[in-house]
Design a protein around this ligand. Structure first.
Ligand code: NDP
Length: 266
């Protein structure tokens, strides 16, 4: 690839880029939306249930001047909703530069007690949904002859979490990691990069009640094994996503970007 003549920091800029972020109304998704907007992108903030939360994030994005941004309802595990999401992005944005598949759900159940419904729900919500979004937007990126996709995987694709039992979640996330690599290979000829962001334990609002109720367990099993001995932040994931979504990472595809404070090192 020829030199772009851009400075290193210029390569991180996303001015004029158009992005979709699923589950952008709260938690890690919100952190990613704000980071992309700060770097210059307009963002389609996709929510399932919490419209008010998504609209709050939209207000923050618009305050940064990203006035082409919008919110849209879509259940990303339903293919007709995913088609609607992609069509709306195309209608509003023209072309879609960046897709971030962040939406996901968590659930705990021992394997011997898990129902088939629980298993299938987790696979559909955390793996099939990522495939559906990649396919719907990827077809458009193939036509455009360019695009960047970042899937949000998990530490749980690489280790078995303890003490919570979640074989279905871990298997779904491992599927997201390999799906990412498959798409990176299949779509490289179309100038599309596909990477997976791999968060460790991240401090979102959902974690506070768990810390309050199970502080000792959190210290021993979630924080202690991380060599940095702390939770990660959504800002740290936002920064890593800007790297993967921007021209700073043009030679990076099919990669697992682990942001876990060193949890997987030992
Ligand atoms: P949250 O539970 O805080 O947020 C989940 C988001 O996903 C919400 O915005 C929710 O939308 C959206 N969502 C859920 N189901 C659907 C659906 N069917 N269709 C569309 N959107 C949906 O999660 P986190 O921010 O903690 O996690 C985000 C991602 O990061 C997930 O993929 C998770 O597996 C992964 N992850 C999280 C870690 C952590 O420590 N928090 C660690 C490793 C990975 P709405 O609010 O509208 O319902």
């Amino acid at each position: 690839m020829a030199s772009t003549g851009k400075t290193v920091l210029d390569r991180f800029r996303l001015d004029g880029k158009k992005a979709i972020v699923t589950g952008g109304g709260r938690g890690i998704g919100r952190g990613i939306v704000l980071a992309l907007a700060e770097a210059g992108a307009d963002v389609a903030i996709i929510y399932e249930k919490a419209k008010d939360r998504a609209e709050q994030v939209l207000a923050e994005v618009q305050a940064m001047g990203r006035t082409g941004s919008y919110v849209q309802q879509a259940d990303v595990s339903v293919s007709t909703d995913v088609q609607r999401m992609a069509e709306e992005a195309e209608r509003r944005f023209g072309e879609i530069d960046i897709l971030i598949n962040n939406a996901g759900i968590a659930h705990n159940a021992a394997a011997e007690d898990m129902t088939e419904v629980e298993w299938e729900r987790m696979i559909r919500m955390n793996l099939t949904s990522v495939f559906l979004c990649c396919q719907a937007v990827g077809r458009r990126m193939i036509r455009q002859k360019r695009g960047v996709i970042v899937n949000v995987g998990s530490l749980s694709a690489k280790i078995v979490n303890f003490p919570q039992k979640q074989a279905h979640y871990n298997a779904a996330k491992a599927g997201v990691h390999l799906l990412t690599k498959c798409l990176a290979v299949e779509w490289a000829p179309h100038n599309i990069r596909v990477n997976v962001l791999v968060p460790g334990y991240i401090h979102t609002e959902l974690v506070d009640p768990i810390i309050e109720k199970h502080g000792e367990m959190v210290k021993q099993h979630w924080i202690g094994p991380s060599v940095q001995n702390r939770f990660g932040t959504v800002e740290e994931l936002g920064a890593a996503t800007v790297y993967l979504a921007s021209d700073a990472s043009t030679f990076t595809t099919g990669e697992e970007m682990v942001v876990d404070g060193g949890y997987t090192l030992r």
